[in-house]
Design a binder for this molecule. Structure first.
Ligand SMILES: [Zn+2]
Ligand SMILES: [Zn+2]
Length: 521
């Protein structure tokens, strides 16, 4: 290594084996090896094992020359994966060890544009604008409609529960009137003789009342098919397969007001989408002051070893700045101000974001995985920043947005992405993964993976929990990384991801000549 010490490769391979199978830290491994050297039978030549610091330096130097890297593209996915599973993980180091050189995809750079008209809009299905009432009245109406449908499911129908709210919204607009008519017709259905039809309509009403974006129900890509559904008043096969709401509506005969409600919602969804796209048009390059600030933090061309952004390709776009969105990180990151994802609308699902950083530690890592379990990108975060991590990773690193994004907080990630980059995410469907769905009691079933699979059973092949499995492996390095310097934490994470990917690729039959067969992780 330094013309004084020589190491066999097996001493490092053995450590790689141990830290990926158990929570062995570098110090623990050094100590046990050191003791083994000391415990050699009396009389054999004793060469003491090197000092801890020497071993540490040698290990990191070896990893720098060791050809461990995978290209982080899945050969089965052929190019960019259509389906991306995202998850954060508590792999963090001490904040006091931050050097200021981490550069996650959330950071703007000199190519960033300032989007001047993009702003927060309520994307809720039953919102103040779709119902033409005040925000509070819309929220009260959603609650009482949901409540009424839940009671009706238990045969405790009291139409009066929702009556006052219904009268109010019906007075103010067509959508309220159509919903009022639908509720009255559903209430008149016989609980036993028309049980299936009744159950379907109650679920439909609860989908409308859910705290979710309208695009989970009527996706921008489906506008034409939904129009066909409304006009023909018959089931549209392609729509049933790709849109959980329309799969639900295919399980029994919809009552006539359903078509009116869907037609009015389609109108509202189209207007909203038009507005989102129009807001995107007004943009400007960074001002000289902003450019100056950005250039201090610009690490363009720097490798993952310093930026902590472990992606197969260089960025394809810059992360824009959204000046009209209160709390949007943008320049705050450059000024080292705390960034908290607090821009959630009150009409979005209540499930709070997990934060992957704990006391005194950095924000953990965000990882992207293909449906075959290959890690296709990951980055370390200086602080936990919520949905921006996924938004920016996809927007800046992928030419085309995935068709499906699976994430614990997809119900809130969807609106986040559609508001900020509607054209880029126009074809993307966001789903909450199966494992975390039970926590989402407020949002639409249409945003949950189980509903997507019910609509299209072919999707069953995708294991939405595989990021969790991967993270169970990565969590083994949690303890080691928590004590490390930034550069060593990045390297350790990189090694773990490459080893993880190699195991996946080998299982898929893609052997690699650089991979030492004795290491199994
Ligand atoms: Zn794949
Ligand atoms: Zn939710």
């Amino acid at each position: 290594m330094d013309n004084k010490h020589a190491f066999t490769r097996s001493v490092f391979d053995e450590f790689l084996n141990q830290f990926t199978l158990s929570e062995t830290t570098l110090v623990a491994y050094w100590r046990s090896t050191h003791r083994r050297y000391l415990a050699r039978p009396h009389g054999t030549s004793i060469i003491p094992f090197c000092a801890e610091e020497t071993f540490r330096m040698a290990f990191y130097s070896f990893q720098r020359v060791h050809r461990l890297e995978t290209d982080m593209h899945c050969p089965e996915c052929l190019g960019e994966s259509d389906v991306v599973i995202c998850d954060g993980c508590v792999v963090a180091f001490e904040k006091r060890r931050l050097t200021g050189r981490l550069r996650p995809p959330t950071m703007p750079d000199e190519g960033s544009e300032v989007k001047e008209a993009v702003q927060l809009l309520s994307l809720a299905t039953l919102s103040d604008t779709s119902l033409s009432v005040s925000k509070k009245e819309a929220a009260d109406f959603r609650t009482s409609l949901d409540d009424w449908a839940a009671r009706a499911k238990k045969h405790l129908i009291k139409l009066s529960l929702v009556k006052d709210d219904l009268d109010l919204v019906a007075k103010n607009g067509k959508l309220g009137k159509a919903i009022q008519k639908l509720v009255e017709e559903v209430a008149a259905l016989h609980p036993l003789e028309q049980g299936d039809q009744r159950a379907m309509h109650l679920k439909f009403l609860q989908e409308l009342a859910a705290r979710s974006a309208i695009f989970f129900l009527i996706h921008p890509q489906d506008f034409k098919l939904v129009a066909q559904f409304v006009q023909s008043r018959t089931e549209v096969e392609a729509l049933r397969k790709r849109a959980p709401l329309f799969h639900l509506l295919s399980t029994a005969e919809p009552l006539r007001p359903v078509y009116t409600v869907v037609g009015l919602l389609l109108l509202h969804a189209r207007q909203l989408w038009k507005q989102l796209v129009a807001n995107l048009r007004q943009s400007r390059p960074l001002s000289p002051d902003e450019l100056e600030l950005v250039s201090e933090h610009d690490f363009k061309g720097h490798a993952w070893q310093t930026t902590g952004a472990i992606y197969p390709d260089s960025p394809v776009r810059s992360r824009p700045l959204y000046k009209r969105i209160p709390g949007d990180a943008g320049m705050k990151r450059l000024k080292n101000l705390p960034v908290i994802d607090a821009t959630r609308n009150s009409d979005e699902c209540n499930k709070l974001y997990s934060t992957y950083g704990k006391n005194g530690l950095t924000g953990g890592m965000m990882g992207l995985w293909c449906p075959h379990g290959v890690c296709i990108g990951a980055h370390l975060m200086s602080s936990a920043e919520g949905r921006d991590e996924v938004f920016s990773a996809l927007f800046t690193r992928r030419k085309k947005a995935p068709n499906i994004v699976i994430y614990d907080f997809s119900c809130q990630l969807g609106p986040y992405c559609w508001i900020r980059a509607p054209e880029y995410f126009a074809e993307t469907r966001f789903y909450v993964d199966q494992l975390h769905s039970y926590n989402h009691t407020d949002c639409a079933k249409s945003a949950q993976w189980a509903s997507a699979v019910r609509a299209d059973p072919d999707l069953k092949r995708i294991n939405t929990s595989l990021a969790e499995t991967a993270h169970a492996t990565l969590r083994r390095i949690k303890k080691s990384i928590s004590y490390m310097l930034e550069m060593h934490a990045i390297l350790f994470l990189w090694v773990s991801i490459q080893l993880f990917n190699r195991r996946k690729l080998r299982k898929m039959g893609h052997r690699d000549r650089h991979f030492p067969s004795e290491i199994d992780v």
